[in-house]
Design a binder for this molecule. Structure first.
Ligand SMILES: Cc1cc2nc3c(=O)[nH]c(=O)nc-3n(C[C@H](O)[C@H](O)[C@H](O)COP(=O)(O)OP(=O)(O)OC[C@H]3O[C@@H](n4cnc5c(N)ncnc54)[C@H](O)[C@@H]3O)c2cc1C
Ligand SMILES: *[C@@H]1O[C@H](CO)[C@@H](O)[C@H](O)[C@H]1NC(C)=O
Ligand SMILES: *[C@@H]1O[C@H](CO)[C@@H](O)[C@H](O)[C@H]1NC(C)=O
Ligand SMILES: *[C@@H]1O[C@H](CO)[C@@H](O)[C@H](O)[C@H]1NC(C)=O
Ligand SMILES: *[C@@H]1O[C@H](CO)[C@@H](O)[C@H](O)[C@H]1NC(C)=O
Ligand SMILES: CC(=O)N[C@H]1CO[C@H](CO)[C@@H](O)[C@@H]1O
Length: 541
C-alpha cells in the first residue's frame, strides 16, 4: 500500500485555527463543528457526515452495536457520526472536535463490551470506520495491509481465497473489527503456536492528536509498542495495520467432544487444567462450559464441558498425541474432522460447511444483551472449587451463562511480558471468559443480571490470579475501575484497573500517553492517564 502523504498546508491551517479559537466558547457547538469540518479540507466529507436530522443516522449508529443493552432510547447518542474514506477525513474530525470541545469516540467493529466506541456521557462525535476496510494481501512476502474497519472474517476471507496455507492468529468471532481487536491483543486457536494478533503486527498508520498521519517510522517505537495491546483510542486514531501472515498446513483437524457431569466432566476439567497449556504447540484444546438438560434425569440440569480442539496436522497424528497427554478424555476418531484452516474458521463460528462468503457477513447472527468478565488461572482450581462453580451455574439467574477456558502456554510462555503491553504470558495456564446473555429489554433486568455476574466474579476470586487479579483488555469490564468522567484522573486512580490489564506495562503506557497526548484529548472511561499532575504541565513521575 502506498503511504498517503498529508498536506502540510492542511496542518498549517489547522494550527492557525487552534490558536485563534477558544474551545467550548459557543452554544451551537455542533453547528460550528460541522462548519469546521466542511470548510477545512472538506474533500467530499459532507457526504460522509450524519447528524440526528439525517434519515440514515439511526441505521448507521445501530449498524454495529453488538450489545443491545447500549441501544436503549435513553443511551447517550453522538451529535455527529463521520464515516471517513481517507485519512484527511479523520484528520479534520480530530482537529475540529478539539476546537469545539467535543469528545471523540472511535468505532471499528463496535464489539466493545461496555459500548465505549459509541456511547459517552459528554457531548461526542463518532468516527465510524464502516467504509474504511480495504485489505491487501501480499502472498509472496507473507504480509498484508488491513484497514481498521475490516472484520476478522473479511481478513480471513481475503487470505483464504488467495492461499490455503497462510493464516493470521486473530479471533474466533468473525464480526469483530480489526481496529479494536488488534489494539487490545486479539487471540484465537493459533495463540499457542503464533501468539496474539498484536504480536504479529509489523507496521501501522495512525493519526495523532495534532492531526499528523504517522507510520511506524514516523510515530517511533514507543507509540508503536503502545498501540499493540495497550489500546488504540488512548493514543490516536489507527487507520491500518500491516501484519505478518503465518504458515498453516493444508490439512488441520477439528475435534469436538462434549462431556457432562455424568460423564465425569468434573474430573476431566480438573485434569485439563494441568494438561492444556503443556500440549504440543500445534494443538489448542479449549473448553466451553454451560448448563444443559440432563439426558438421564430430564427434569435436571447438568454441566456440559465441551472440549473443542484444533490440531495443525492430520487426525492420524492427533489421536496418539491425545492418547499420550490426555487419555482420560478418550477422544474418538469419530469426534475429529479434517479440513483446511479457512474451513475451520467457519466451523468455529457456527458456519460449518457453508461457502466462504459467509465470512463477509458483518452482523452477528443473534445479537442480545450481555455482560462479560475475564480471569487468568495460574494454579489449577481444585475439584471442590469447580463443584462450587457448577452450583452457581445451576442458579436461575445463571440462565444464558457461557464460560470459555482458553489454554495458554506454547509461544505465549516464551514471549517476554514487556514485549508489547499485553502482559498475561508465562505461568498462565488458561484464560477464562465469563459471559451472561439475555434477551429481555430494560435497565432493571440488566442491573439484576450484572449483579449476578459480580457474585460469580467474587466467588472465583480465591481461584484465579492475584495481586493484581489480571483481566483482558478486549473483554472490557468497567466494574474493575474507571476514570472520572469530567476532569482529572490521577495515575494512581487509574492504576486500580490499569494494573490488571497491563501489570508492569501500565507505567510505560502512561509515559507514552504523556508524550503523545499530554492534554488528554483522547480520553474515555478506561483511557490511559498521563503522568502530569492536576496543575497541567507539571510532570509528577
Ligand atoms: C461476540 C464476540 C466475540 C469475541 N471474540 C473474541 C476472540 O475470539 N478473541 C479476542 O481476542 N477477542 C474477542 N472479542 C473481543 C474483541 O476483540 C474486542 O471487543 C475488540 O475490542 C472489539 O473490536 P471492535 O473494533 O469490533 O470494537 P470497537 O467497539 O469498535 O472498538 C473497541 C475499542 O477499541 C477502540 N478502537 C476501535 N477502533 C479503533 C481505531 N481505529 N483506532 C483507535 N481505537 C480504536 C474503540 O474506541 C474501543 O475503545 C469478542 C467480542 C465479541 C463481542
Ligand atoms: C485535503 O486533503 C486532500 C486529500 O488528502 C489533499 O489532497 C489536499 O491537499 C488537502 N487540502 C488542504 C487544503 O489541506
Ligand atoms: C444524510 O447524510 C448523507 C451523508 O452525509 C447525505 O448524503 C444525505 O443526503 C443525508 N440525508 C438527509 C435526508 O439529510
Ligand atoms: C468415570 O470415572 C470412573 C472412575 O473414576 C470410571 O469407572 C467410569 O467409567 C467413568 N465414566 C465415564 C462415562 O467415562
Ligand atoms: C430443558 O428442559 C426444559 C423443560 O424441562 C425445556 O423447556 C428446555 O427447552 C430444555 N432445554 C434444552 C436446551 O433442551
Ligand atoms: C480555510 C478554511 O476554510 N477555514 C475555515 C475553517 O472553518 C472555520 C469554521 O469553523 C471557518 O471560520 C474558517 O474560515
Amino acid at each position: 500500500m502506498k503511504l498517503v502523504t498529508v498536506s502540510s498546508q492542511f496542518i498549517a491551517i489547522i494550527i492557525v485555527l487552534l490558536f485563534s479559537f477558544t474551545a467550548c466558547a459557543f452554544d451551537d457547538t455542533h453547528e460550528n463543528f460541522l462548519q469546521c469540518l466542511y470548510h477545512n479540507n472538506s474533500t467530499g466529507i459532507s457526504k460522509l457526515v450524519y447528524t440526528k436530522t439525517n434519515s440514515s443516522y439511526s441505521s448507521i449508529l445501530q449498524s454495529s452495536i453488538q450489545n443491545l443493552r447500549f441501544s436503549y432510547n435513553n443511551t447517550p447518542k453522538p451529535l455527529v457520526i463521520v464515516t471517513p474514506l481517507q485519512p484527511s477525513h479523520v484528520q479534520a474530525t480530530i482537529i475540529c472536535s478539539q476546537l469545539y470541545g467535543l469528545q471523540l469516540r472511535i468505532r471499528s467493529g463496535g464489539h466493545d463490551y461496555e459500548g465505549l466506541s459509541y456511547v459517552s456521557q459528554v457531548p461526542f462525535v463518532i468516527i465510524d470506520f464502516i467504509n474504511y476496510r480495504k485489505i491487501q494481501v501480499d502472498v509472496e512476502n507473507r504480509e498484508a495491509w488491513v484497514q481498521v474497519g475490516a472484520t476478522v472474517g473479511e481478513l480471513y476471507y481475503s487470505i483464504g481465497t488467495k492461499i490455503k496455507t497462510l493464516a493470521f492468529p486473530a479471533g474466533v468471532c468473525l464480526t469483530v473489527g480489526v481496529g479494536g481487536q488488534f489494539s487490545g491483543g486479539g487471540y484465537g486457536y493459533l495463540l499457542r503456536k503464533y501468539g496474539l494478533a498484536a504480536d504479529n503486527i509489523i507496521d501501522a498508520h495512525i493519526v495523532d492528536v495534532k492531526g499528523r498521519f504517522l507510520d511506524r517510522e514516523a510515530m517511533g517505537e514507543d507509540l508503536f509498542w503502545a498501540i499493540r495491546g495497550g489500546s488504540g483510542a488512548s493514543f490516536g486514531v489507527i487507520l491500518a495495520w500491516k501484519i505478518r501472515l503465518v504458515p498453516v498446513p493444508s490439512t488441520v483437524t477439528r475435534f469436538i467432544a462434549p462431556r457432562t457431569l455424568e460423564q465425569n466432566a468434573t474430573k476431566l476439567v480438573h485434569k485439563w487444567q494441568s494438561v492444556a497449556s503443556k500440549l504440543d504447540k500445534n494443538l489448542a484444546l479449549t473448553l466451553t462450559l454451560k448448563t444443559v438438560n440432563s439426558s438421564i434425569n430430564k427434569e435436571e440440569l447438568t454441566v456440559q464441558a465441551l472440549f473443542v480442539g484444533l490440531f495443525l496436522g492430520g487426525v492420524d497424528k492427533l489421536i496418539p498425541l491425545m492418547q499420550k497427554s490426555f487419555p482420560e478424555l478418550g477422544l474418538a476418531k469419530e469426534e475429529c474432522t479434517e479440513m483446511s484452516w479457512i474451513e475451520f474458521t467457519l466451523y468455529s463460528y457456527g458456519y460449518g460447511g457453508q461457502p466462504l462468503e459467509v465470512l463477509l457477513i458483518r452482523t452477528q447472527a443473534n445479537s442480545d444483551s450481555f455482560k462479560a468478565k475475564s480471569d487468568y488461572v495460574r494454579d489449577p482450581i481444585p475439584e471442590s472449587g469447580l463443584e462450587g462453580l457448577w452450583r452457581l451455574m445451576f442458579e436461575d439467574e445463571a440462565k444464558g451463562l457461557f464460560l470459555v477456558f482458553f489454554p495458554f502456554g506454547g509461544i505465549m510462555s516464551e514471549i517476554p511480558e514487556s514485549k508489547i503491553p499485553f502482559p498475561h504470558r508465562s505461568g498462565v495456564l488458561y484464560q477464562i471468559q465469563y459471559s451472561l446473555h439475555w434477551q429481555e429489554k430494560g435497565e432493571e433486568i440488566a442491573e439484576r443480571r450484572i449483579e449476578w455476574m459480580r457474585k460469580l466474579y467474587s466467588y472465583m476470586e480465591g481461584y484465579v490470579s492475584k495481586s493484581p487479579r489480571e483481566a483482558y483488555l478486549n473483554y472490557r469490564d468497567l466494574d474493575i475501575g474507571v476514570n472520572n468522567i469530567n476532569g482529572y484522573t490521577s495515575y494512581e486512580q487509574a492504576s486500580i484497573w490499569g494494573d490488571r490489564y497491563f501489570k508492569n506495562n501500565f507505567k510505560r503506557l502512561a509515559h507514552v500517553k504523556t508524550k503523545v497526548d499530554p492534554l488528554n484529548f483522547f480520553r474515555y472511561e478506561q483511557s490511559i492517564p498521563t503522568l502530569l499532575s492536576k496543575v497541567q504541565g507539571t510532570q509528577i513521575v
